[in-house]
Design a protein around this ligand. Structure first.
Ligand SMILES: [Zn+2]
Length: 397
């Protein structure tokens, strides 16, 4: 019986009587409608049956060039103030994990300045000299001082004497620091007041770990076309769309002018040159600037979704790529950065295996965009360079 025949039969069987409460009408069989499900609740589990390789330990000892074991305690409008530090975990908590995953050395980039730097060095590097390395940071909050350019260069020299092995530049420069620190126009990345600082780093053999921009999607509207919509929706303050923010490309070009102007200074452009979505552009920059290196922290999600392009990139720039994770002990708001075995295993699996379609972060929902990644199965000779050789050379180990 089709639907029309069924309706006719029902009409014949149930004569309607006006004024009398109608008996409940039997309903025609319904096709099930769509089940409401919010995107945030969607956790699809892959049905692919493909090899899944466990890589709990790296094949060669690792230097993690990009970690954060402490942060400046006071910050205003994205600009760190004073010297006081807050530490995320003691060395005693980190060392057993490091031993299990074959992590030889952690580079703690946010080591701070002055007494804060001394405290960072004391807690990690001085106590375990072969396991921790400490970088210092600029005193951006002093930029309005007339003597800032010289003072900052002198501070780099002092930090070197105290034990710092490099300089870390957060995206404070480019996206937060303004002419009157927290007000006025943004200070550009290639502002001349930093020239003595970049030169001092070169003279003191201190590589600069620099990060001045973010994924291109962070500069676009947070709308239904944005591939990182959920991430930006979870962290609205990560959006640099509109207002007076420069574009991603303007930031990268200003950064490039710094690389060009200071050829004797080594720059490690973190997060795959802050442009992992466009390895063609990163390659052009590496070709133009022999003093530029890149690091892969928090970007296996980008590299692993373009495994063939990434593999060619690693082949060609195998002497210029450093291993890093951007790991933060107890950094729970960003699962792609939580220090621990699960995080390192993802990086090792990406670099060492040809596994397909696996998670780039230890989280039920991919936090940087809803996709999964593919391993690039690097040969031993390249793995050794990426895991430790390139970093050891730059750090003078
Ligand atoms: Zn970082």
């Amino acid at each position: 019986m089709n639907r029309r025949e069924w309706l006719a039969a029902m009409a014949a069987a149930l004569p309607m009587s006006r004024g009398v409460a109608a008996a409940p009408q039997p309903q025609p069989p319904q096709k099930p409608g769509p089940i409401p499900l919010e995107l945030k609740d969607f956790e699809p589990r892959s049905m692919l049956k493909v090899p899944a390789t466990r890589v709990p330990r790296a094949r060669f000892p690792v230097i993690d060039f990009h970690t954060h074991l402490g942060f400046r305690a006071v910050s205003k409008g994205g600009v760190a103030q004073g010297e006081e530090m807050k530490f995320r975990a003691p060395a005693s908590e980190l060392l057993p994990v490091m031993d299990r995953v074959n992590l030889r050395t952690m580079v703690n980039l946010t080591g701070g300045v002055g007494t804060g730097l001394q405290e960072s060095i004391k807690q990690y590097q001085a106590a375990h000299p072969d396991r921790f390395i400490t970088f210092t940071e600029p005193r951006f909050a002093q930029i309005t001082d007339a003597t800032y350019p010289r003072d900052q260069a002198d501070d780099i020299q002092r930090a070197r004497k105290a034990g710092a092995r490099g300089l870390k530049v957060l995206k404070t420069l480019g996206l937060y620091l303004r002419q009157q620190i927290t007000t006025g126009p943004l200070v550009t990345v290639d502002d001349r007041r930093f020239d003595p600082m970049w030169e001092a780093c070169g003279a003191n053999k201190m590589p600069v770990a620099i990060h001045v921009s973010d994924p291109e999607a962070f500069f676009l509207p947070t709308d239904r076309f944005n591939e990182r919509f959920e991430e930006l929706n979870n962290h609205p303050d990560w959006s640099f769309h509109g207002k007076d923010f420069p574009s991603n490309r303007q930031l990268l070009e200003a950064r490039n002018r710094v690389f060009e102007r200071h050829p004797k200074t080594t720059f490690v452009a973190l997060h795959v040159g802050h442009n992992a979505e466009d390895l063609g552009y990163v390659a052009q920059c590496l070709d133009r600037f022999p003093n530029m290196y890149v690091e892969i922290g928090a970007r296996v999600g980008e590299l692993g979704r373009q495994p063939r392009t990434a593999r060619r990139f690693f082949d060609r720039y195998q002497d210029r790529i450093l291993f890093g994770t951007d790991a933060v002990p107890h950094g729970t708001s960003t699962p792609q950065q939580v220090f621990g075995e699960a995080l390192y295993e993802i990086y090792y699996r990406f670099l060492e295996t040809e596994d397909e379609y696996f998670d780039y972060a230890p989280a039920p929902v991919p936090p940087q965009g809803r996709w999964r990644i593919y391993g690039i199965g690097l040969p031993d000779a390249i793995l050794r360079k990426v895991y430790n050789g390139n970093a050891a050379r730059i750090l003078g180990l």
